[in-house]
Write a protein that binds this ligand. Structure first.
Ligand SMILES: C[S@@+](CC[C@H](N)C(=O)[O-])C[C@H]1O[C@@H](n2cnc3c(N)ncnc32)[C@H](O)[C@@H]1O
Length: 273
């Protein structure tokens, strides 16, 4: 039995949710897009369940600051609670404190222009239904050359966003639109079919998926069970490649589907027009 602290990506996937979270693999790409550094000031909208806020908090560190706007009180409260729980659990077993650097603000971002007047933002990240409403408010506080990263589920929303930038002449250049895909692989020692031990249990992957290739291939725990013909093929491959046992290696049947389009907008305000 191994009892361990969840990593931050595990925690955000398991914590209570009000709004859908931004997935850790996308958050990591967004942090890279924004080039967030320790000490930076970053604005995010909306707080949602607080997943992005936690990753931003870690990225900007104790000398940085995150301003997290949320219009819905229930989401605002949940984001604060998830953040508080992570911070207090962090204290167990760590000598250093998790920074208290996120300011959760219950407010519609489109009404926040006055609050942001005296703030210089190193980066902005928008994960909300109509990010185009936030752009006119945040752009003057974002430093020249700073990045506004936008998380959108549908490509039609990306088009709406770019159209608003063009029609309102907002000072942003769209540098990139990406999807993050992780392709999982199964690499397992092979075992001959009908030769399985009684303690072996079928994995979820095998129960839910019909094998796609001509051989019947079953995954049990950490082994792939093969028919005699394929097992013999794998045995000769193993002999040729000097492996101690035959292995099966191929992309997993189960792959994660689309999550979001990540759009990178660079602030570019020409000094002379
Ligand atoms: C998809 S969730 C954000 C999830 C969050 N990034 C996370 O990782 O947990 C979108 C949030 O934006 C909030 N929102 C929508 N429009 C807003 C606005 N104009 N101002 C502030 N928050 C807004 C919604 O209430 C919702 O909680």
């Amino acid at each position: 039995l191994l009892l361990r602290r969840p990593s931050l990506d595990e925690y955000v996937l398991l914590m209570p949710r009000g709004a859908t979270i931004a997935y850790p693999q996308d958050i990591t790409a967004l942090l890279m897009m924004m080039d967030v550094h320790p000490g930076d000031t970053v604005l995010e909208t909306g707080s949602g369940s607080g997943a992005m806020s936690l990753f931003l908090s870690r990225a900007v560190g104790p000398k940085g600051r995150v301003l997290s706007y949320e219009i819905r009180e229930d989401h605002h409260n949940l984001a604060k609670k998830n953040y508080r729980h992570w911070r207090s659990a962090w204290e167990i077993g760590h000598t250093d404190e998790w920074p208290d650097n996120v300011q959760f603000i219950l407010k519609d971002i489109s009404t926040a222009a006055a609050d942001l007047k005296s703030v210089t933002l190193d980066a902005v990240v928008l994960d909300m239904l109509n990010p185009q409403c936030a752009l006119p408010v945040v752009h003057s506080s974002l430093k020249q050359g700073g990045v506004c990263a936008v998380y959108l589920a549908n490509i039609t929303q990306v088009i709406d966003l770019l159209d608003r930038i063009r029609s309102c002449k907002l000072p942003f250049l769209c540098e990139r639109i990406i999807e993050v895909t992780h392709r999982s692989w199964s690499v397992l020692p092979a075992k001959l079919k009908h030769n399985k031990s009684s303690q072996m249990v079928e994995t979820q992957e095998n129960i839910e998926e019909t094998p796609q290739n001509e051989y019947e291939e079953i995954h049990i725990q950490d082994e792939a069970v093969l028919k005699e013909s394929e097992y013999n093929e794998s045995l000769s491959d193993a002999a040729e490649t000097n492996h101690s046992v035959p292995y099966i290696a191929r992309p997993s049947h189960w792959q994660e589907a689309h999550s979001a389009f990540l759009t990178k907008l660079r602030k570019f305000q020409p000094l002379l027009s």
